[in-house]
Structure formats: C-alpha cells, structure tokens
Design a protein around this ligand. Structure first.
Ligand SMILES: Nc1ncnc2c1ncn2[C@@H]1O[C@H](COP(=O)(O)OP(=O)(O)OP(=O)(O)O)[C@@H](O)[C@H]1O
Ligand SMILES: O=c1ccn([C@@H]2O[C@H](COP(=O)(O)O)[C@@H](O)[C@H]2O)c(=O)[nH]1
Length: 189
C-alpha cells in the first residue's frame, strides 16, 4: 500500500525523499555472553535461517586494527590483548558505518545481530547517545556459559584462529570484565 502510494508520488517527490521513506529503521538484537560462549557460531546459524545480518563488534575492531591507514590500530591492539573494552566512540562508529553500508547495498537488510556489544553500561550509554531514534533494539540474546567452558573452547580455537586474545591470560581478563560489567546490561532489557 505504502509502496503503491510512493510509486504514484515518485514523479513529484525528489528521489532522495522517496528512497528515505522506503528504507526501514534498523532492528537490532544484541547478542551477549563470554568469550567462546558461542555467540558467533549461533549468529551464523541464525543468519542461515532468518533475514538477519551478523555484525560482530570484535570482528569490526580486528578489521580496523588491520587497516593500514587506521589511526586506532595500535590502541585497539593493546586493548584486545589486555581483554579491555575499547573506547566506545570507536566501536560505535564502526557499528554505525557497517549498518549504514549494509542498508545502502540492500535496503531489505535492516535486521542486525550485534554480537559482543554493548559490553558495559558505558557502551550502552554510547549507543543510546548516537543511535537513539535511529535504531530499535528488540531484545538481548544471552549465551550463558561457564568460564571453564569458555576458556577451554577459546584455547582450542586458538590453535588455528590466530587471535591474539585466545590465550589464558587475555581470556581471564576478558571474562572478569564480562562477568562484572555485562550483568547490569541484562537487567536493563
Ligand atoms: N555449543 C558448542 N559446543 C561446543 N563447541 C562450541 C559450541 N559453540 C561454539 N563452539 C566452539 O567454541 C569456539 C568459540 O565459539 P564462538 O567463536 O562462536 O564463540 P564467541 O562467543 O563468538 O566467542 P568470542 O566472543 O570470543 O568471539 C569455537 O571454536 C566454536 O567452534
Ligand atoms: O564492543 C566491543 C567488542 C569487543 N571489544 C574488544 O575485542 C575483544 C574481542 O571481542 P570478541 O567479542 O570476543 O570478538 C574484547 O575482549 C575486547 O577487548 C571491545 O572492546 N568492545
């Protein structure tokens, strides 16, 4: 109905307005859980069966770290090795850009699984500041997994992943941050 109406109006309405009216507001599911809890694995399976796009905050940070011209490469590298949370402005910018690029390429791709973000209340505050009114967060999918299982899985993954944080020291730091800082986020949804 809306499409039909817009088609009829399109001759009179500037094309940018026409396109904007057709583009949906992003629908977001936050996917949380410790390192190795299985977030990435389950997101891949969801994408195979439902019309979602998987955006891993950690993957976006690792890609930015590898980008030659990146001004944040070294900073991201040291935060990841230390299992610490990268300043939220950097992560939000990467997420926002990835969502925009996805929707620009295909406006039907407006459902996103955001994996590994927000990790603490500061992250959530950053999201709200930048994305309030621009995206709808539907719910949080939380993978509850013991620290021992998380560590075992990531150490196994580390044999081939090449990830600088798939080692016991980084994992223990990351799990401590996750346990202390992720819990309040779950209470908010
Ligand atoms: N249900 C499961 N049972 C056994 N192994 C699993 C299960 N889910 C995932 N794995 C394995 O555990 C490892 C970590 O899984 P995955 O990368 O999906 O976790 P993650 O939560 O995305 O981790 P990270 O946040 O560190 O990226 C992978 O090697 C994966 O194959
Ligand atoms: O929102 C985020 C997501 C990730 N990080 C940093 O990256 C590593 C790895 O994250 P994974 O989700 O396990 O891929 C994490 O330990 C943080 O250092 C972040 O800062 N903010």
């Amino acid at each position: 109905m809306i499409f039909h109406l817009l088609s009829r109006l399109s001759a009179k309405v500037p094309s940018v307005v026409y396109r904007a009216a057709l583009i949906m507001k992003p629908q977001v599911v936050f996917v949380l859980g410790g390192p190795g809890a299985g977030k990435g694995t389950q997101c891949t399976r969801i994408v195979e069966n439902y019309s979602y796009t998987h955006l891993s905050a950690g993957d976006l940070l690792r890609a930015e770290r590898s980008r030659e011209a990146s001004e944040f490469g070294q900073l991201i590298d040291s935060y990841i090795k230390d299992g610490k949370i990268v300043p939220v402005e950097i992560t939000i910018n990467l997420l926002r850009k990835a969502m925009e690029e996805t929707m620009e390429m295909d406006e039907k791709k407006f459902r996103f699984l955001i994996d590994g973000f927000p990790r603490n209340e500061d992250n959530l505050q950053g999201w709200t500041t930048v994305m309030e009114g621009k995206a709808n967060v539907k719910f949080v999918l939380f993978f509850d997994c013991t620290s021992e299982v998380c560590i075992d899985r990531c150490l196994e993954r580390g044999k081939s992943s090449g990830r600088t944080d798939d080692n016991r020291a980084s994992l223990e730091k990351s799990l401590a941050v996750c346990t202390c800082d992720c819990d309040p986020i779950l209470g908010l949804f």
